[in-house]
Design a protein around this ligand. Structure first.
Ligand SMILES: [Zn+2]
Length: 198
């Protein structure tokens, strides 16, 4: 499960965004897509720490793949992202919900194709869980499984169709956060313009 995370998270983001927008008139589903690869940061953390000359041992061992694939890191990252986005005007509650769903979507997708996958419920439980619906191999250019990818693409088309029927076409612009990013870009350029010139 590598490239497919992006596809499956997009399908989930479309539907979650639709439901959240229905009740709050706010849609930050781009956060879900932005979090699509967050748990896999555990692949690089040790390498980055090594480069910085930092030795970090957690429970007596180095950080390795799978260590971020649990609810403890889900909440940790969700709080971090929400505090960060709060400074740009997004309510903490909104980004917390979308970050948790984005991070959780990755865990669910891993569970779908691997069995056993990871100890998702750590620290509540140390047991490894997984569904493993197929014999997973990266047979699509080494970055995806063809069957999983095709099912994911069908899911995206299906979810996009449902949302278009329900909301019309306007959701695409909302979903990729065009309005939010334009405001942020203006804010940043405004700050740059105000910098004192020698
Ligand atoms: Zn993963």
């Amino acid at each position: 499960m590598l490239f497919e995370h992006w596809i499956y998270s997009t399908a989930i983001a479309i539907i979650i965004g639709m439901i959240y927008y229905r009740f709050t008139r706010r849609d930050y589903s781009w956060i879900i897509i932005g979090c699509a690869y967050l748990p896999d940061l555990d692949l690089f953390t040790e390498i980055v720490l090594n480069k910085l000359g930092i030795t970090l041992l957690v429970f007596g061992r180095h950080i390795s793949h799978g260590d971020f694939h649990n609810i403890a890191f889900m909440f940790f990252f969700a709080i971090l992202i929400s505090l960060l986005l709060q400074t740009t005007g997004i309510k903490f509650r909104d980004s917390f919900v979308f970050s948790c769903i984005g991070f959780g979507a990755h865990l669910f997708e891993d569970a779908l194709v691997y069995n056993p996958a990871y100890n998702f419920f750590w620290p509540v439980s140390n047991q490894n869980f997984g569904i493993g619906i197929i014999e997973y191999t990266n047979d699509w250019y080494g970055i995806a499984n063809t069957e999983v990818l095709i099912v994911g693409l069908i899911a995206v088309i299906f979810c996009a169709s449902i949302r278009t029927v329900y909301e019309g076409k306007g959701w695409v612009v909302r979903m990729i956060g065009v309005e939010y990013f334009v405001v942020q870009a203006k804010r940043v350029s405004g700050c740059v313009m105000r910098l004192p010139v020698e």
